[in-house]
Design a protein around this ligand. Structure first.
Ligand code: NAD
Ligand code: DAU
Length: 349
């Protein structure tokens, strides 16, 4: 049986990934290393926490001793690094934590993987590793910067990040790439477009708009609302990550996306319609500085080379997602009220 070290598994995509693995297979042990920042929520995993193949470790990817101990005490076969500061707006007001977690944290994980997987850890030129190991970095299409009206991001598109968040993710990608080139560490990088689905922290566009509709609060649309994002259901992102983990060629980058470009205002109107609210709630507010105008993924490489394809249409996925938030008001309420942070304070100090 293979053991996957999932970092950031209490967040939105990480928790969906852990559920996806544990409910679709019994071939993997999962160790979830998460620092439980404001974005990490163990309630996201309460339905799988007693699964014998799952274990949670409260810790920080920047903490060398913790990471080292996990590698010493467990035979880790794969690392999937989801752990990150992930919200662009927060990176504009407080960039430092993004550099620390997203860049230095990734460096700590890479070093530990290299050392523990090496067939000759004391030989600095050793480029051979235990069979079947891999480090997968979960990155983002934002590292490519912004598109105009035409064109798509390919894996060969030059990196041109525009926010401290995307710059920190691009830096981490460069570090991962360098471990592949210099040390021949088996690595992959995935770059996915915007995810939507259950358990997304309600600071992000879709859950925020749903929650504000429910509470009849203004819907803050940045600028003219015509920025375009390319949306993918989180479970399709999870299946793509698994495909790259098992089938991706070493050192390759794979873009992930499902060809679902929508303007923000279209999404907002769709949510208004689904929740039975009217457009008077829309409030155009000051634009995000450096706001990327358009993202769009060319997914040819992962679909043709690895045979992955998304299973959700946007229409079905978004309907199901809005339903999930409407059916789980307590989950949202607990986060918005900060109750769950108080709980962590008590639990973990
Ligand atoms: P999230 O903010 O919901 O979750 C991040 C998780 O990482 C949280 O559980 C948090 O507690 C944990 N974490 C933060 N700092 C940590 C640290 N120092 N040590 C250990 N754990 C730490 O993020 P998400 O939306 O689930 O994104 C997950 C990953 O996917 C990120 O790397 C992000 O860049 C990438 N990504 C996200 C999207 C998207 O649309 N959300 C799209 C493409 C790629
Ligand atoms: O593209 C992948 C990226 O998608 C991930 O790497 C990031 O981690 C993830 O947060 C997401 O980044 P975005 O900045 O695209 O997502 P966000 O939900 O913050 O915003 C989506 C769009 O909606 C963006 O154009 C900004 C706009 N927006 C957002 C919020 C929160 C608004 O107009 N109003 C809002 O209140």
């Amino acid at each position: 049986m293979k053991t996957i070290l999932v970092t950031g598994g209490a967040g939105f995509i990480g928790s969906n990934f852990i559920r996806y693995i544990l409910t679709s297979s019994d071939e993997f042990n999962i160790i979830n290393l998460d620092a439980l920042t404001y974005a990490g929520n163990l309630r996201n995993l309460c339905d799988v926490e007693s699964n014998p193949l799952y274990r949670f470790i409260h810790g920080d990817i920047r903490d060398k001793d913790t990471v080292d101990r996990i590698f010493c005490e467990n035979e880790i076969d794969y690392v999937i690094n989801f752990a990150a500061e992930s919200h662009v707006d927060r990176s504009i007001t407080n960039p430092e934590i993004f550099l620390s977690t997203n860049i230095l944290g990734t460096g700590v994980l890479l070093d530990a993987a290299k050392r523990h997987w090496s067939l000759s850890p004391d030989n600095k030129y050793c480029r051979e590793y235990r069979d079947g190991v891999k480090f997968l970095q979960v990155s983002t299409d934002e590292v490519y910067g912004a598109l105009g009206k035409e064109g798509f991001f390919k894996e060969t598109t030059p990196l041109s990040p525009n926010s401290p968040y995307s710059a920190s993710k691009a830096s981490a990608d460069m570090l991962v790439r360098s471990y592949g080139e210099t040390f021949a560490l088996p690595v992959n990088i995935t770059r996915c477009s915007n995810n939507y689905g259950p358990y997304q922290f309600p600071e992000k566009l879709i859950p925020l708009m749903i929650n504000n509709c429910v509470n009849e609060k203004p819907l803050p649309v940045y600028g003219d609302g015509l920025q375009i994002r390319d949306w993918l259901h989180v479970s399709d992102h999870c299946s793509a990550i698994m495909t790259v983990l098992l089938k991706g060629r070493a050192s390759e980058v794979y873009n992930i996306g499902g060809n679902n470009e929508k303007a923000n205002i279209e999404i907002v109107r769709l949510i208004l319609d689904a929740t039975g609210k009217d457009e008077s709630l829309i409030s155009y507010v000051k634009d995000r500085p450096g706001h990327d105008r358009r993202y769009a993924i060319d997914n040819t490489k992962i679909t043709t080379e690895l045979g992955w394809s998304p299973s959700y249409t946007f229409e079905n996925g978004i309907r199901e997602t809005i339903r999930w938030y409407l059916d789980n008001p307590d989950w949202v309420k607990e986060i918005v009220s900060g109750d769950y942070m108080n709980y962590y304070e008590k639990m973990y100090g």
